[in-house]
Design a binder for this molecule. Structure first.
Ligand code: HEM
Length: 398
């Protein structure tokens, strides 16, 4: 698929659905129940797996909840945590930007955003890594993650906090407890790995292009410009997680059966020669955020995290260059869903001390207000049960 085909696939919702219950491979019983694909592509009652009115209901709840994040506070919490991470390895003159910086920083930000206790952060980050990496135990990781999110929703129902979970519960869309848990999963799947990929992609770009690097270092170009440029070069979401044909049809010259899965490749669309000329710095015609009704609803929050992360690195480290591994020879996860290399080793000149010795980031900074406690019974409804693929047995009727 080129740029135009991806646009058609994503925009033509009469022909292509986001609802995995149409998937013929499942209906015909030929996909193993523990397929790692299901962790990301399987149906769930959440915005990314729904169409039409149901999608609008969930989407409105998620979008309005995300809009409640205080971006200034988010930037400041991310900045403080980023400084703490840099202080941890800065004296070594080498570091791995993926494992020692972007991953822990993004997992901290999401932990605070959804209101997860600090003690759960590492375990949840490992589960998300298994799912995004498409590892053989992705289905087990997904089931464990869902148990954790259902528990979190139950806790926030009792005692709301300053977090997305509590606000999703409080939203006038009156999502059930299970729907809130699955929308949290959608937020984590869609936002976590992509933001890690965006931070590492922007650093890879800056290290590979001296002109760009010096333009940012001297203030002739902003980190925002560089980060946008990186979205052309390697989409942090390399492939969108699926559309299913509603009927038999011909698409891009291929015969497609009703229920066939099509995976739009954003990374390829962005390099389509058709739009190559528009890749000027500053142009945002790339498809890295997706497009249409399912396009990313969290650009501002993602920007706040990723740009702050890159800004701290650019300010604190000087003479940053690829470490003991050529950026062209980086190893990538064998996954459709991750645009992040396994590692991004860097070397740099002795670290500049932080202007004021930074205090450790507060364990749980406050990034939004606290909603009123919700009283109705739907909030307590946590079916479908958190067991792995409980919906599987009921596929026959779909
Ligand atoms: C704070 C970080 C982020 C959060 C919370 C987040 C959240 C989400 C959610 C909930 C969706 C599903 C929307 C729907 O189906 O209606 C979505 C979609 C999407 N997001 Fe994000 N996202 C984040 C960061 C990013 C980043 C950094 C990128 C890449 C630059 C990105 C690219 C996308 C794309 C391509 C889609 C569309 C998927 C599709 O059409 O099926 N997101 N995001």
């Amino acid at each position: 698929m080129g740029y135009q085909e991806v646009l058609e696939l994503v925009w033509n919702e009469r022909a292509f659905s986001s609802d995995a219950r149409r998937w013929n491979t499942i209906v015909e019983g030929s996909l193993p129940e523990d397929s790692p694909l299901l962790a990301v592509l399987g149906w769930r009652p959440a915005l990314n797996r729904l169409d039409d009115q149901a999608h609008r209901r969930h989407r409105q709840a998620v979008t309005e909840t995300l809009n409640g994040i205080d971006l200034r506070r988010l930037r400041s919490a991310v900045r403080r945590q980023a400084e703490v991470l840099v202080d941890g390895w800065g004296m070594n003159r080498t570091a791995d930007i993926v494992t020692q910086y972007a991953r822990p920083l993004v997992s901290y930000a999401f932990r605070v955003l959804i209101g997860l206790p600090g003690a759960e952060e590492r375990r949840v980050a490992a589960l998300l890594g298994s799912i995004a990496g498409g590892s053989h135990d992705a289905a087990r990781a997904e089931a464990e993650l869902m148990r954790t999110l259902h528990r979190l929703v139950a806790e926030k129902r009792e005692v709301p906090g300053p977090d997305l979970t509590s606000w999703l519960l409080a939203h006038s869309a009156q999502l059930t407890g299970a729907e809130v848990a699955h929308n949290l999963a959608a937020i984590l799947f869609s936002g976590g790995e992509s933001t890690i990929g965006w931070i590492s992609g922007t650093m890879r770009l800056l290290m590979g292009d001296d002109r760009l690097n010096s333009a940012v270092a001297t203030g002739r170009m902003t980190v925002t410009d560089a980060a946008d440029r990186a979205l052309w070069d390697g989409s942090p979401v390399p492939n969108i997680s699926g559309r299913w044909a509603r009927n038999d049809l011909t698409f891009a010259g291929c015969r497609v059966r009703a229920g066939d899965l099509l995976i739009p490749c954003l990374a390829a669309a962005n390099t389509d020669l058709l739009i190559h000329d528009s890749q000027d710095i500053g142009s945002r015609a790339h498809l890295a955020w997706g497009t249409g009704s399912h396009g990313c609803p969290a650009k501002d929050a993602a920007r706040s995290i990723a740009e702050t992360a890159v800004d701290v690195l650019m300010r604190r480290l000087s003479l940053v260059r690829p470490g003991d591994c050529d950026t062209a020879a980086l190893r990538w996860q064998p996954s459709l869903w991750s645009g992040t290399p396994d590692q991004l080793p860097v070397a740099f000149a002795p670290i500049r001390p932080a202007p004021n010795a930074p205090a450790a980031a507060p364990a749980t900074p406050t990034l939004m207000g606290v909603p009123e406690k919700r009283q109705d019974a739907r909030a307590a409804d946590s079916s479908p049960t958190p067991q792995a693929w409980g919906w599987w047995n009921s596929m026959n009727g779909w």
